[in-house]
Write a protein that binds this ligand. Structure first.
Ligand code: D5M
Ligand code: FE
Ligand code: ZN
Length: 558
């Protein structure tokens, strides 16, 4: 891609996982060979840099003559994730090379079957897909008559807001292969811990030495799922000692669960060893899951939070009018109790996120997009508490976990003193813990699982799957880019009371084992791409959560 314009430079850097100082971008754009200068600046920047600074660029431009292209790509986490598809995920063992030999066969849902699901089916309370407006009035009408008065009589001293699992500033990964192994080991440690009490598991290595015909259980990350010639399923699990295959017979009641399995997630399989001890005949499959006994916490007073995402300021399709109505409504008496605003990523449209995206940009400069977003944010009442995480359109590294915005962007969005945290992060609002995750993995879950278990029309069901897997982005190497960190920040260690995502631009909510899952729609009308693939976004809705009852209502502003 020719890098003649600053916005292309910004997007090229963003695609490599870097932010950049504005001045650095200007310098790169003015270099005799911007593309080479960019490569050299990345090479020059320290391995753990998240941002290309003027200093990095000056250092390479000031060196004699034009900079040489580096011999290896920058070792940034986001760069490394692009190429190391699968295999890395499978490597829990120190001898990573051997694990890497296994081809990636993602056939978990091939030949999908329907039929009664296990007794494990999600428990749902009121679901959202029946009637979007049933729970709320059209605020457009009610606000039109009212002028925005922020005469709310609120007492900020009653509020409490705590953040957990914010990894901003904690990134240690440099994208080296061994760091992936470390992250997956940590995933295994955390998630196997949730399964250990439920099965009497043995390490792969010791199962290999057990006598044929014995009962055995293994906990591992899914290394491979494929169907056999006779229609059974072969699942290979890996733990820190090795791998072991399990066979799920097609006529076993549990074959239905196989279609929910994704690569790299942690599961347990219980069964009986074959006579030659070479394979485990599966009797049951276990996901880490949310205990059915989970009792969510609630606030001690009547107070509400608006859960939104995917504002996409800067896009031609950003629905400014709907946003103004929403912001105005927040000033009305009706919204007196809405004291919190949680924004789950994609504040702006960004640049260079998808091919040909620039044809649909209203604002082409990424900083201007944030400046405009900040202006829109100023429309909401000044005494609201705001929490924001980034999404895949935002100017932070694409690889997950995504750290919160850098200082320059924070300054731009300084109004309201919003809490800017990582994607994912957990915010506890007056006792209610809300796991916020932008939601890129939802595309993956929807693509891999059969329609009735996850679809764009019922995004909350895809969220149930993530809860069940206790991981916000189980499968590595598809839509989701992952940064190898010392710990796997993407596991769901603590059961949240509410799970809030966005990204798929569809509104949907429901309860899974008492956890309220809310996918919050968007503020962007249908784009050309969405038209081409028949995605009809739910734009201009604000889900409002009662923190004292965990009831949801939806307000429509479009
Ligand atoms: O994602 C909005 C939704 O649309 C999400 O489900 C991905 C999908 N989407 C949108 N544009 C594209 C392109 N060009 N390729 C693939 N998938 C796409 P958002 O993160 O807001 O773009
Ligand atoms: Fe989005
Ligand atoms: Zn998104």
């Amino acid at each position: 891609m020719p890098l003649e314009t600053p916005s292309r430079i910004v997007s090229e850097l963003a695609s490599r996982g870097y932010n950049a100082e504005r001045e650095a971008v200007t310098l790169l754009a003015g270099a005799p060979e911007p593309a080479l200068a960019l490569e050299a600046a990345i090479e020059h920047a320290p391995d753990d840099a998240l941002r290309i600074t003027t200093e990095h660029v000056r250092a390479v431009l000031d060196a004699d003559g034009a900079p040489d292209a580096p011999t290896a790509p920058g070792a940034d986490a986001a760069t490394a994730t692009g190429s190391a598809r699968k295999g890395a995920g499978a490597s829990l063992q120190d001898d990573a090379e051997s694990a890497n030999e296994h081809p990636s066969v993602s056939t978990g849902t091939a030949g999908s079957r329907s039929g009664g699901s296990e007794g494990d089916a999600p428990v749902e309370t009121k679901e959202s897909n029946d009637d979007l407006t049933a729970a709320g009035t059209t605020a457009a009408e009610s606000t039109a008559a009212q002028s925005p008065s922020s005469a709310h009589d609120r007492d900020p001293s009653l509020r409490s807001l705590e953040i957990a699992n914010d990894m901003t500033g904690q990134s240690t990964g440099t994208g080296e292969y061994k760091h992936f192994v470390r992250t997956f080991r940590d995933r295994y440690e955390r998630l196997s811990g949730l399964l250990r009490g439920r099965v009497n598991h043995r390490p792969a290595e010791s199962i290999q030495h057990m006598a044929g015909g014995e009962d055995a259980s293994m906990i591992g990350l899914v290394n491979d799922v494929r169907s056999t010639a006779s229609g059974h399923w072969l699942i290979e699990l890996e733990d820190t000692t090795g791998t072991f295959p399990a066979l799920v017979m097609k006529d076993k009641g549990i074959a239905d669960m196989v279609e929910e399995i994704m690569m790299d997630e942690c599961i347990a399989i219980d069964g009986t060893l074959a006579d030659d001890s070479g394979i485990l005949f599966a009797d049951s499959i276990h996901f880490p899951d949310i205990p059915r006994t989970h009792k969510p916490s609630t606030a001690d007073r009547h107070v509400q939070a608006a859960l939104i995402s995917d504002v996409h300021v800067g896009s031609d399709e950003f629905m400014a009018d709907a946003w103004h109505r929403f912001a105005e409504w927040l000033h009305t008496d009706e919204a007196e109790h809405v004291e919190y605003l949680l924004i789950c990523g994609d504040m702006v449209e960004g640049v260079g996120v998808y091919p040909d995206q620039d044809e649909e940009l209203d604002i082409v400069d990424i900083y201007e997009q944030y400046e405009t977003f900040a202006e829109h944010l100023k429309e909401v009442p000044g005494d609201m508490e705001i929490v924001m995480i980034p999404g895949n359109h935002d100017a932070v590294r694409l690889a997950e976990p995504q750290p919160g915005f850098d200082e320059e962007l924070r300054e731009i969005m300084a109004a309201h003193d919003a809490r800017i945290v990582s994607n994912p992060a957990t915010v506890t609002v007056e006792g209610v813990s809300i796991l916020m995750y932008h939601g890129v993995s939802l595309d993956e879950v929807i693509a891999e699982l059969p329609e009735e278990k996850a679809s764009y029309d019922e995004p909350h069901k895809a969220m149930y799957q993530l809860l069940k897997k206790r991981h916000v982005a189980p499968q590595y190497g598809g839509h989701v880019r992952m940064a190898p960190e010392e710990k796997d920040y993407l596991t769901i260690d603590e059961v949240p009371d509410v799970f809030h995502t966005g990204h798929v631009h569809k509104l949907g909510w429901g309860k899974y084992h008492n956890v309220l899952a809310v996918n919050s729609g968007c503020w962007q009308a249908q784009t050309d791409f969405q038209k081409s693939v028949n995605i009809d976004p739910d734009a201009g809705y604000a889900p409002i959560l009662d923190l004292d009852t965990l009831e949801m209502t939806v307000r429509k502003f479009s």
